[in-house]
Design a protein around this ligand. Structure first.
Ligand code: ATP
Length: 503
């Protein structure tokens, strides 16, 4: 697993997807830059989300609010008081951990034991193996599962009650039961606020302390009435936004999974009080359907319903994805009640109510939110797509099987040789296609090597121009995943690509 993840990181670098920020200065930890291909993949994910959320829903509109916000916003939202991570230091290794993440690392160790049992049983029973039944009935597996649940329940309870002493005790007990850090010398657990501070204004005495926003959602809440009125929106309706968020994450690791500067794609859906259960279920389903539409395999997703709820929520679930380091949160769906709007009413002194013409009454709407990290989605797509394939002739190829709609380059146009007018015809084809898609030209090396290069880059189509092309205006089109080649008229190429890559 660790090796797979290393491959993902090095592939992302080698093929111009993701680089460490400020690399020539030895990098900045947990900050990353998206390069020529990465920027395209990220843009395509963003657009795929925007289209599904804003364009296809009559009652959802977009917003692009500022990163800087009035500092009182973060008091009202609870971030000043409650946006904390519990930290613990190991006195021997001098390493700092997020206490809750550390506990999850222990449970992941137990999960790995379950995986081992499953693999063993699978081998033993072959085709007759029923995984679901095995997970539910095998006493050892059931025992492990109970262990995990007990640990997480206790963690949730102690964090909720701010019983940081018990969190420390839990870590000490776990270290004895299944050693992980190799050291038992811990400090007490302390709370640490995750917001980045900055200053607005030049002179020291008039400068105002601000925060870089830790989530995009608050920009939506403070604009709720402006959008509702100017757009004459009727409840239920949603406001969607994509933008940067900043968190001073302490345990910054796992590549772009947890960064200090990242992008969120959030949607707040405003509803009648009392209808939140229904809308919460609807959005859970809709969001899962969006993920599955990319064809990355239903077995790689699962819901995780929260028992421990944040101060603003009355129900919450994560959509978890199977990353190379295990199932982890990719998206959150939260029923936020009227917490945010109600709180902004209190702090601002302005009414944030909606007059419901059908009920003939005014109220503070309830909110169901969907919130997904764009960078996490990038990692999900990228890591899931990278495969090492055994071919019939005993060789292997590295393929980045990105969903075609998301691939940075849709086609590569390759003249078989660098003479006889083939490059010129290839260029003509590019000039025609480039108004519709990103296409790339490549004439270097034997055509087989060029195919491999495009496979590794995730390009779904290779269009090869040969001598026959000059005579009958046809080319071969090679499909990345099947490696099948078809001879088609040049005039058909555009439609063939459109069919696969259009959102
Ligand atoms: P985690 O528990 O992993 O820290 P969270 O529960 O704090 O995440 P939310 O506040 O619900 O996350 O944020 C919504 C989404 O934003 C998450 O599902 C995730 O995809 C993304 N996200 C949150 N923090 C980061 C980060 N540091 N780097 C990249 N993406 C992030």
């Amino acid at each position: 697993q660790e090796d797979d993840f290393k491959k993902v990181i090095s592939h992302a670098k080698e093929y111009g997807y993701v680089f460490q920020s400020s690399e020539i200065y030895d990098g900045l930890s947990a900050v990353y830059d998206y390069a020529q291909n990465g920027a395209e993949l990220k843009k395509n994910i963003r657009e795929y989300w925007w289209k599904a959320m804003v364009q296809l829903n009559d009652n959802i509109v977009g917003l692009d609010s500022a990163i800087f916000m009035h500092p009182t916003v973060w008091k009202a939202s609870g971030h000043v008081d409650a946006f904390n991570d519990p930290l613990i230091d190991n006195k021997d290794s001098k390493k700092r951990y997020r206490a809750d993440v550390l506990v999850e690392d222990y449970t992941a160790k137990i999960e790995a034991k379950i995986d081992k049992e499953v693999a063993k049983a699978e081998k033993r029973f072959g085709d007759a193996f029923d995984k679901k039944q095995f997970l539910e009935t095998n006493p050892r597996v059931v025992g492990y599962q109970e262990q995990i649940n007990t640990i997480l329940k206790r963690l949730g309870k102690s964090l909720e009650n701010e019983d940081l002493v018990d969190v420390k005790n839990l870590i000490e007990e776990l270290e004895i039961a299944c050693p992980l850090s190799g050291s038992r010398n811990w400090t007490d657990v302390k709370q640490f606020n995750l917001m980045f501070g900055t200053k607005l204004g030049a002179s020291a005495d008039s400068a105002m302390d601000l925060y870089l926003r830790p989530e995009t959602a608050q920009g939506i809440f403070v604009n709720f009435l402006n959008v509702q009125k100017s757009g004459r929106m009727k409840i239920p309706f949603g406001i969607a936004q994509v933008g940067k968020a900043f968190r001073n994450e302490i345990v910054a690791r796992q590549f772009i999974f947890r960064q200090r500067e990242f992008e969120q794609m959030e949607m707040q859906f405003f509803i009648r009080p009392g209808s939140q259960k229904e809308w919460y279920e609807t959005w859970k389903e809709k969001r899962m359907a969006w993920h599955l539409s990319l064809g990355m395999g239903p077995e790689n997703y699962r819901f995780h319903d929260h028992e421990k709820l944040a101060h603003y929520a009355d129900a919450a679930a994560d959509i978890e994805f199977k990353f190379p380091f295990g199932f982890k949160e990719l998206e959150g769906i939260h029923s936020r009640t009227d917490f945010d709007l109600g709180s902004h009413e209190k702090y601002s002194g302005k009414k944030l109510q909606y007059f419901d013409p059908e009920l003939n009454e005014s109220y503070v709407p309830y909110v169901v939110e969907t919130s997904i990290g764009l960078d996490r989605m990038f990692l999900a797509v990228f890591s899931n797509s990278l495969v090492e394939e055994e071919l019939d002739n005993n060789t292997t190829r590295t393929v980045l099987k990105l969903p075609a709609v998301l691939a940075p380059m849709k086609a590569a146009v390759l003249p078989l040789v660098k003479k006889d007018g083939l490059p010129e015809l290839a260029q003509e084809i590019i000039d025609d296609l480039k108004w519709d898609f990103n296409v790339v030209y490549d004439e270097k090396d034997a055509v087989g090597r060029r195919y491999r290069r495009q496979d590794a880059n995730g390009t779904p189509f290779c269009i090869t121009v040969d001598h026959q092309s000059l005579e009958d205006k046809t080319v071969t089109i090679r499909h990345r995943d099947t490696m099948e080649q078809q001879r088609v008229a040049i005039s058909e190429v555009k439609a063939i690509i459109h069919k696969e890559v259009d959102m």
